[in-house]
Design a protein around this ligand. Structure first.
Ligand code: DLL
Length: 436
């Protein structure tokens, strides 16, 4: 079979050569990391002062983990390993609590990232003849620019549609005969539900493939998208800390997500004991960057749960595969692709004098999209019961929350003392979205 491939020399590299390449790249990454005061301290504490202290890939285990809190603590420049003038772009996490995480890129970093995304695209069988409509948001979120540059590198005709505005998306798809789209799975389901209202049938579209990612979804959801549009949908995994999309992607065989191991060292560890786990066992994904100069990250704890898939993929790629992401080991919520920590909502609510102390965050499915409902009690002292004042307050809370979490929630105001109080640890989040 003719396997579509972007970079055969790297994608089919023998394992031992790949591991030699990883070791050399890891040492180089240590040189870069040691330029940051953060890693100087962190590595010195672990007895690591020189890159040569890493003699084999097994020694990776002597390197301490890096966490999201470490990144937040280093905001804004603490993890920058090159002079600022050598950087050409930054991306920050969607969290806007005042302490987001920031990743800087040099021109070469962006070039490497673009190559990885090009590999992913080509692995799905998409080619330069495809018309690619990118329906994820352009901006600090990495899904927009990440896929954009990868698709251009492949030579596709790129429509930088960005997210939202469903009727315009459909117009663009029809007018330009879009063959490949990139979106969150929930948005694609929403798009399908909107077809009838827009007077469009799936066969009027020339769609062949979709890249879906940025949020957890089940195999059933993928199949549903495939059946509804009569296309192939490919799972795409990534996170801003590891550039964004382009970390791991399915190939035409859909047997798991190939993770580009010349660019990342992939580990699965037990989130409680932090001990590495063998193939097939579910644990937390931990990743080390091997190519990124501006913000190298060593053993970054992603909090995402998955396992390594055994055996070989019929495509012949030697890079190991991750199984579909099963969930997260922390409390981060993903609402229509946007990452939100409940603490961001609490932080904003508690700044509003009219809000009482009890609140509840509820997540539901509305059609195919997530709905975020924030129920808050009113402050008894300021509770007047005047309906107009309540409407104004509801709108104001909605807007303030949107400015903090980038998602507009539905706000419900409740009388003081009316929301459930738990005896032990407060249960602030009720996720009613179907599990998979
Ligand atoms: O979501 C990068 C991305 C953009 C990936 C477009 C794929 C497509 P962040 O906003 O930093 O980056 O969010 C990263 O989203 O740690 C996972 O919890 C979740 N996530 C991303 N892709 C998947 C996926 C982008 N395919 C966080 N399945 C990650 C499940 C995913 N969860």
């Amino acid at each position: 079979m003719n396997v579509p491939v972007w970079n055969p020399a790297l994608e089919f590299m023998e394992r031992d050569a790949l591991e030699r390449l990883q070791l050399a790249a890891l040492r180089k990454t240590l040189v870069w990391a040691l330029k940051t005061p953060f890693y100087q301290r962190r590595l010195a504490d672990a007895g690591l002062k020189h890159p040569e202290d890493i003699a084999s890939l097994r020694d990776l285990r002597n390197i301490p983990y890096t966490t999201k809190d470490d990144l937040r603590g280093a905001y804004p420049h603490g993890l920058l390993a090159v002079e600022l003038e050598r950087t050409v772009r930054l991306h920050t996490s969607s969290g806007t609590t005042g302490m987001p995480t920031v990743i800087y890129h040099t021109r070469q970093d962006l070039d490497h990232w673009t190559e990885l995304v090009a590999r992913c695209i080509v692995a799905t069988g998409a080619t330069a003849r495809d018309v690619f409509q990118n329906m994820t948001s352009y901006g600090l979120f990495t899904g927009g620019l990440g896929l954009h540059y990868g698709a251009e590198r492949v030579g596709m005709l790129v429509i930088p549609a960005s997210s939202g505005n469903t009727s315009r998306q459909l117009q663009l798809m029809k007018n330009f005969r879009t063959t490949v789209v990139h979106a969150t799975p929930s948005y694609l389901l929403h798009l399908h539900a909107s077809l009838a209202g827009e007077g469009v049938t799936p066969d009027q579209l020339g769609l062949r493939k979709a890249f879906i990612g940025a949020e957890p979804h089940s195999e059933q959801t993928r199949r549903k998208i495939e059946d509804l549009f009569d296309i192939d949908a490919y799972n795409s995994y990534g996170l801003s800390e590891m550039n964004g999309p382009g970390v791991a992607f399915e190939c035409v065989h859909k047997t798991g997500l190939h993770c580009w191991e010349d660019a990342y060292i992939l580990e699965i560890v037990d989130p409680r004991t932090l001990q590495p786990l063998p193939e097939g066992e579910t644990g937390e994904i931990v990743m080390t960057t091997l190519q990124r100069q501006a913000t190298p990250l060593l053993r970054y704890r992603t909090r995402d749960l998955s396992h390594l898939v055994g055996g070989n993929c019929p495509c012949g790629r030697t890079h190991r595969r991750l199984a579909r992401i099963k969930g997260r080991s922390d409390d981060m919520l993903i609402v229509n692709g946007v990452n939100i920590f409940p603490s961001q909502i609490e932080d904003m609510l508690m700044r509003i004098p009219e809000v009482g102390t009890n609140y509840l965050i509820q997540l539901e499915k509305r059609g195919s999209l997530d709905r975020l409902l924030v129920k808050t009690e009113l402050n008894a002292r300021l509770f007047t019961g005047d309906p107009r004042a309540l409407d104004d307050l509801r709108d104001r809370i909605g807007e303030l929350l949107r400015s903090a979490i980038l998602v507009k929630p539905t706000v419900e105001l409740h009388e003081p003392g009316s929301l459930p109080v738990s005896e032990g640890k407060a249960r602030r989040v009720v996720d009613l979205r179907p599990a998979f």
